[in-house]
Design a binder for this molecule. Structure first.
Ligand code: ADP
Length: 391
């Protein structure tokens, strides 16, 4: 394996990892989950694609990272790239993780109290295990630091921005960057304006002009914007006060409802899983049908709004588990944008599934692409570029 970079994505009780070689060869990847419990488990895929499971009772992030390192078949990484959720206004690109940068990530934790502390736990564990290796942080927010002020400011008192950094940041930047760069390559030379839709459990849209994010649907937190698996996306900001005054709900209860019991799951009263929802809607389940309709309409509405950020539109890009695998969702979104001159090639749409890249427009009007995202590959690439490890 040539000069592999170890990419680490740390959650509060999990570590997703991928060892990515420089030559596009096979990756070693897996996940350590349920960390901190007796059921902690490492699920790893070896270089032949065989899956292995190792029990790691009581393992914390450090112990799990040691087990991950042992599972790498003797392939030693040349650098570690960490996914970090929130970089605030500090980080406009990937950064080498020295003490100063780590302190800045700690400062930003107030903006992402659920995510950044877990990312920091991974950074500390990796620094302890690989003291000689360069470590790089790649931020979900960094790609969106090119937003103009009219796109990132809320119409709130100036002091909330000045003193407390309350503004729109946007997330999923690594994915929007990857798929728009790939579309630039596929579409050839010229100035390109893309509308990207990352549709997974979390969902967001982005307007990318000449390789730069100009607007995006997520905001201060990943709750703003589209309908998601269990997250509401946009609601009237008056809802909080209404629920508090009328039903006596606390802020924590409202926050949990909006993040964990809303979205596709809340609307359908069935599931947050798009495969199950599509099957249930086919069987005539009214809640599933409604969830699907609201989901697709809101994506189209967001894409139409973000088109204001682009001087010209080259095309739309679908990615994420739903964007890559659901011809139904793609067709509904495109049908809900009747003024954009989009023409869908229905056969190509139906055939583009399971990690396949494909162009699904009928040849006239803006291009329509399905591009499987590769956040780990993008983190490895940005890590290499920053460290000048390869061309
Ligand atoms: P995450 O945001 O957690 O990385 P993914 O990008 O893997 O999630 O997306 C998960 C979503 O993709 C789920 O709603 C799942 O149902 C959906 N999905 C996966 N395969 C299909 C499919 N064949 N048809 C429709 N939806 C699918």
């Amino acid at each position: 394996m040539k000069a592999p970079v170890l990419v680490i994505n740390c959650g509060s009780s999990s570590i997703k990892y991928a060892l990515i070689p420089d030559d596009g060869g096979p990756r070693l990847e897996g996940i350590a989950e349920r960390l901190g419990s007796q059921e902690a488990l490492l699920k790893a895929k070896d270089s032949k694609g065989q899956r292995h499971e190792t029990s790691l009772p009581g393992a914390d992030h450090g112990a799990a990272l040691e087990a991950i390192f042992t599972s790498l078949d003797g392939h030693a990484p040349v650098a570690v790239g960490h996914r970090i959720v929130h970089g605030g206004e500090h980080f406009t690109r990937a950064s080498r993780l020295d003490d100063q940068v780590i302190a800045a990530v700690e400062e930003t934790s107030a903006l992402a109290p659920l995510h950044n502390p877990a990312n920091l736990a991974g950074i500390q564990a990796a620094r302890a295990l690989f003291p000689a290796l360069p470590q790089v942080g790649v931020f979900d927010t960094a790609f969106h630091q090119s937003l103009p002020a009219h796109a990132y400011r809320y119409a709130l008192p100036e002091s909330l921005y000045r003193d407390h950094a309350i503004r729109r940041y946007g997330f999923h930047g690594t994915s929007h960057a990857f798929v728009s760069q790939r579309a630039d390559t596929l579409a050839g030379s010229g100035d390109h304006g893309w509308l990207t839709a990352h549709l997974g459990n979390g969902c967001s849209t982005c307007a990318v002009w000449q390789g730069q994010s100009r607007d995006t649907s997520m905001g201060l937190t990943p709750l703003e914007g589209l309908v998601m698996g269990t997250r509401s996306g946009d609601v009237d900001p008056g809802l909080h006060a209404h629920l508090h005054r009328q039903l006596g709900w606390s802020l924590d209860e409202i926050d949990a409802m909006l993040n964990q019991r809303s979205g596709l799951a809340g609307l359908s009263e069935l599931t947050n899983d798009m495969r199950e929802l599509e099957a249930a809607a086919e069987r005539g389940h009214a809640g599933a049908s409604l969830a699907l309709e609201v989901f697709c309409y809101r994506i189209a509405k967001s894409l139409a709004a973000l088109s204001c950020a682009l001087p010209t539109l080259s095309g739309l890009i679908f990615t994420g588990g739903i964007g890559e695998n659901s011809p139904t969702v793609r067709a509904k979104v495109i049908a809900a944008l009747p003024h954009f001159g989009l023409g869908l090639d229905e056969a190509a749409n139906l055939a583009t599934l399971r990690g396949r890249e494909g162009r699904i427009d009928a040849g006239s009007g803006p291009q329509l692409w399905v591009i499987p995202t590769d956040e780990e590959g993008q983190i490895a690439r940005e890590t290499r570029e920053l460290l000048e490890l390869s061309a």
